[in-house]
Design a protein around this ligand. Sequence first.
Ligand code: NAD
Ligand code: ZN
Length: 373
Amino acid sequence: MTAIFTVPVSLAERSYEIIIQAGLLEKLGRNLKKQGVGRKVGIVTDRHVARHYLKHSLEAIQRCGIDPVPIILTPGEQSKTLKTVEHILDVLARHRFERSSMLLALGGGVVGDMAGFAASIYQRGIPYIQVPTTLVAQVDSSVGGKTGVDHRLGKNLIGSFYQPRAVWIDPLTLDTLPTREWVAGLAEVIKYGVIADESFFAYLQRNMSDLRRQAPRTVATVVKRSCEIKAEVVAEDERESDRRRILNYGHTLAHAIEKRERYKWRHGAAVSVGLVFAAELARAAGRLDDDTADRHLTVLHALGLPTTYDPDALGELVTIMGSDKKTRSGTLRFVVLDALAKPARLVGPDPSLLAAAYSVIAGQRRGPRTIDL
Ligand SMILES: NC(=O)c1ccc[n+]([C@@H]2O[C@H](COP(=O)([O-])OP(=O)(O)OC[C@H]3O[C@@H](n4cnc5c(N)ncnc54)[C@H](O)[C@@H]3O)[C@@H](O)[C@H]2O)c1
Ligand SMILES: [Zn+2]
């Protein structure tokens, strides 16, 4: 019997559970029955994930007398569009899905965001379940109910808050994940440690080589603790009016880098640089001690994540940050730390602070550890 971890996401009548269990994909049918699912279930996935897991998942569901409808999407951020959501809706309508029908999102964040959005608008909302298969999806995108698609004028510009009925995580699915996807997800894991749990961050730092080689016990701990932290924050502030903003730690600069790189960079890679920048900003402002700021850089670098960026880009990045959808009236806002697990806000920092923090990103010489992300 493999261990089962359950993490509650407490959101009044929208509460649900995250279940983490190795081999859970084999139990999809039984778990769907327990959810009281009707006859119709759609499985939204992408071609890469389908190659590894669709056949088994369909069989596990069919064994329980349910006839699932697979909806296989083109992998990648480029397909996270309204057009693809329209395709999902077409399939649901053609198969006469009803209010009691269910969608399963089997895949990474791209699949999860789109399946969730389609579920939120088809017949004004049908239930859906997240079955995330990337580290990013298991520790971040599947939890919290943000769904949506990109618009040509902005990433994630169209969407809704719509909570799943459950999140079912099978950590074994991470075995087939390309290393660069695993490492990109670790940037968010490090973020959780530093914003919310000093001892988790210390654990990550102690277990660096197990983290790098994806040792199963470390994977289980990482996924469970990250889900707990995200679930706690989301439960306190479902619609991101205040507390949930701490999850944007490192993301102000990261979003600007992603935009400047025309989304050719992995999100996690940009977040890594953003985390170093946020730590340096707090250090430069005299708010964060040297040791904690240094630990940001050391850990991210040791994982193979980038911690440097174009030395000449600060001006451009400031302009991009100033025009972000989350920037009100042109004033830059950062989440910073006053200490580990003590997040705070830094509003409208002086340009000299930005320059001081950026000089670390621009100036480090730390050798070629970075994995090609
Ligand atoms: N809703 C949220 O709160 C939230 C939070 C974070 C990120 N996101 C969104 O998530 C997306 C990024 O998610 P992602 O990093 O999972 O990217 P992704 O969904 O594009 O997956 C990355 C790649 O891995 C492949 N893949 C997935 N699972 C696999 C597996 N088990 N084995 C082998 N290959 C596998 C996919 O086909 C894809 O090629 C972005 O669109 C981002 O906006 C949303
Ligand atoms: Zn992120």
